[in-house]
Design a protein around this ligand. Structure first.
Ligand code: DON
Length: 558
């Protein structure tokens, strides 16, 4: 009994958000919402030491690489959206790139059929990792504390170990066969017995690599010992990443997508994410309609959202790709008039059919495991970061002596035009494989302002469902006035053009609403959890966190 009382006191002391709390906890100084309690603690520690949101983001990114090996990473990539206290914005693209030896048909057999095993698992599935360069680049531009100080929490977590959660034990056990298939023995995530909740995960090889990065910056990963280990792993398994690819990798600052929804300013990720453009298209589709009056998940609300999603994902399949290789018709896709035109053929009395819906007519061509964290600091800066290995544990292939997993991001390319990838997404020429190109993403880290002030920070994993989850969470707050934790917790639904189905979380819709939609011809398909949204709301009295109860997500502040 005493122990339970003590545990409750501890939780209150460190400020863990109670997801059922009626009165949301508000933090005056700073907040970190991430997918793992230890990563949130690492970020909070850095904020309390006087670090800014960027310092905390770097600490959280490296901590997640240790405590959330299914998605947190140094062998993957991601996107960061930044807003300074004075309202300056920027985005960093540290997405992986196709190796120099990659080619358009590298995953096709002699009959031209896609061999998904190769784009999903093993060495050939990996793109050139971007995370380490991304973190160094972010810190150089906006960091306040010393690099060595912000890397320390992750090094300690890798060296001393941490207790894995119940969900993690289950995931590690489920992936054991794959780890054994793609790795030699001795990899830290393979244990003789099954994993149990509370087991310590100690990763000395990863700690060593993190120390190299701490002491040598870029050269600790893209050159020297770590680079040599990556190359020898590529040789062992027939992968393509070379010394030259590693040396050449650079993350890129890109101009954010900035759009308007009512009196809110949306700051979000540009290509090579499809997320920012698609999110703006969805918001533009909803804006003229009285969704507030219709209500949360009411049949008209769901129908409007589904019809908007159908059209937006059809556009995504044709017009979105790496802007360094393909001229994305960004201006037109982002215009309100274009989107209203796209919604014109939609009828209330029946469903549209995806095979009848093609991409829009662009006339004036301009030349399920990821993780998200949201952070805001006492100075008023905020960051929204989504980072990934793509699938859970990426390619399932580790650079064993360096202690980290390689991504399977190559599957995000359109491996064969018209063939769906692991998220059922279809792509074409814009997202075809080319050497040095970045694969199209759905990751949608977003920051929202109102009246020139920070209003919300939001993002999520979930593959193709990322865009719709971010969209729905924003509507939950802006239109349905839900407190941030509730906005994150309530059930979601998803449509992505093809397959022509509305995917529903349990209890997303009432029986009555389902029947109305079925009568109009919609195909409703139940599915497991959609996304893990981690968000922040800024109120007049401080920051409030929304940590997704679908995972081990945790909101900590002070
Ligand atoms: O970049 C993308 O869109 C995907 N690689 C994200 C993968 C993902 O979210 C998986 N998580 N559940």
């Amino acid at each position: 009994m005493g122990n339970i009382f003590f545990a409750i006191l501890c939780l209150l002391y460190i400020g863990v958000e109670n997801v059922n709390a009626q009165v949301p906890k508000t933090y005056k100084n700073g907040i970190v919402v991430s997918a793992h309690p230890e990563a949130s603690k690492a970020g909070l520690q850095i904020l309390k030491a006087g670090g800014n949101a960027v310092d905390a983001a770097v600490a959280v990114q490296f901590a997640l690489a240790v405590v959330l090996p299914s998605a947190g990473n140094i062998g993957g990539g991601g996107f960061l959206v930044y807003r300074s206290a004075s309202g300056k914005t920027n985005t960093l693209d540290y997405r992986e790139k196709a190796p120099g030896a990659a080619s358009r048909n590298m995953y096709l057999d002699s009959n031209g059929n896609a061999i998904t095993e190769k784009s999903l698992y093993g060495h050939l599935a990996a793109g050139v990792p971007g995370t380490v360069d991304g973190m160094i680049n972010t810190h150089l531009k906006y960091g306040k504390l010393k690099w060595k100080q912000i890397m320390q929490p992750a090094i300690e977590l890798a060296e001393k170990g941490f207790a894995i959660t119940e969900a993690q034990a289950g995931e590690l056990n489920k992936n054991r066969d794959a780890f054994e298939k793609y790795n030699p023995s001795g990899f830290a995530l393979i244990k003789d017995e099954l994993w149990n909740a509370g087991d310590q995960l100690i990763q000395p090889e990863l700690a060593h690599t993190l120390k190299l990065i701490r002491d040598k910056d870029r050269a600790g990963f893209y050159e020297g010992e770590t680079a040599a280990l990556i190359i020898s792993e590529m040789k062992r398994g027939g992968g393509l990443i070379t010394k030259k690819d590693l040396a050449a990798y650079r993350s890129v600052w890109r101009k954010p997508i900035v759009g308007k929804y009512k009196d809110f300013k949306i700051i979000t990720m540009p290509p090579p994410s499809s997320g920012g453009i698609a999110l703006m298209q969805l918001l533009h589709s909803a804006e003229p309609f009285p969704v507030k009056r219709w209500g949360f998940n009411a049949d008209s609300t769901v129908q409007l959202i589904v019809e908007a999603e159908r059209r937006v994902y059809a556009d995504r399949s044709v017009y979105l790709g790496d802007p360094d290789f393909y001229s994305v018709p960004q201006e037109q896709l982002l215009s309100l008039a274009y989107q209203m035109g796209r919604m014109r053929d939609f009828q209330w009395n029946r469903t549209s059919v995806s095979t009848d819906i093609k991409e829009g007519n662009i006339t004036d061509r301009e030349s399920e495991e990821t993780t998200h964290y949201s952070i805001a600091d006492s100075y008023g800066n905020s960051v929204s970061v989504t980072t990934t290995l793509n699938g859970a544990y990426g390619s399932k292939t580790a650079v064993k002596e360096a202690g980290f997993l390689l991504n399977n991001e190559m599957d995000d390319f359109s491996v064969k035009p018209g063939s769906p990838n692991m998220y059922g997404l279809i792509g074409g020429e814009a997202n075809a494989i080319e050497p040095g190109k970045r694969m199209l993403s759905s990751m949608t880290p977003t920051i929202i302002e109102r009246n020139g002030k920070l209003f919300m920070v939001v993002g999520t994993p979930g593959g193709s469902t990322i865009i719709t989850s971010v969209f729905q969470t924003i509507l939950n707050v802006i239109e349905f006035s839900k407190p941030i934790q509730e906005a994150v917790t309530v059930p979601r639904f998803h449509h992505q053009w093809l397959p022509d189905e509305v995917f529903l979380e349990t209890d997303a819709l009432t029986e009555k609403t389902k029947n109305i939609l079925i009568q109009k011809g919609y195909k409703l398909t139940p599915r497991g959890p959609i996304g893990r949204v981690d968000a922040i709301l800024k109120t007049n009295s401080g920051y409030q966190g929304g940590a997704d109860p679908r995972g081990d997500d945790t909101s900590l502040g002070y």
